[in-house]
Design a protein around this ligand. Sequence first.
Ligand code: SF4
Length: 318
Amino acid sequence: MLDNPLPKVGVSACLLGQPVRYDGGHKRDTFIMGPLSEHLEFISICPETGIGLGVPRPTIRLMGNIEHPRLVGTADTSMDVTDKMEAYAEQQSRQLNNLCGYILKKDSPSCGMERVKVFNASGKNPARKGSGIFARILMQNNPLLPVEEEGRLNDVVLRENFINRIYVLQRWHRLLWNGINAASLIEFHTVHKYLVMAHSQASYQRLGRLLSDLSHRDLELLSQDYIAELMHTLKRRVTRQRHVNVLQHIMGYLKKSIDSDDKAELSGAIASYRRGETPLIVPITLLRHYFRRHHDAYMERQIYLWPHPDKLGLRNSI
Ligand code: SF4
């Protein structure tokens, strides 16, 4: 599973430029096919062609009960592919348990993550309250999996958050692959400290309490609770102020090693970030610079300072 160091991420095939849409077209996404493609291994899936629908094909849509809509032909509602799609989604989503993330095509009755139109029984009055059938089952069967739609990834904060979670899940898979034990679980928790604190200090404390006494505990069950809470916490949007709090905490580790000029420079960079004048990468780069000059084994392991490849440029715009 981990021979290849790139995290595996499922992607709706049309976003990768594959001509699998109902009209033979695609929806190639420039961010996915640009920077992301160099750092992730894409697993391309088109659920509609996966269940045997051709290209081109009649369009389909969600219809009926909002909670349990059917997936039927737009022009011919007797064409009902719900059961086929559910069976396909069950089979695929269980096979894909080594994925670290998934990018879905928005608005699709098969792939859409949320706000997909569900038409009433007469085929009218669409309510944007549904999820694509494939997407719903994928998310139900893989609750830890970071899932986003390509449209939401235009939001730079959500984008950075999503990529962070992909790399966290990859490290978790590696931990399980190597055989989890009390020491490795505590080390995992330790290196993620500031990343978690940026999302929620209370969650960091709850996670710490979960690991506070590992003797006589079922490590497998406990680690499931741990990763569920962690992945849930990391979904929370991080505000600029929360980043500032974490940056100041981290700066505290340098108080005995850098002089007053360097402290002023670092404080200035954090203040400038807080005012929205510079992106997060500026104070982060300064902190890394000082930790290179003044080694600190604890801080050098903190994922918060190196959460994903710099080349992605994700912290250049938040
Ligand atoms: S949205 Fe999903 S089902 Fe539709 S063409 Fe793209 S990959 Fe296929």
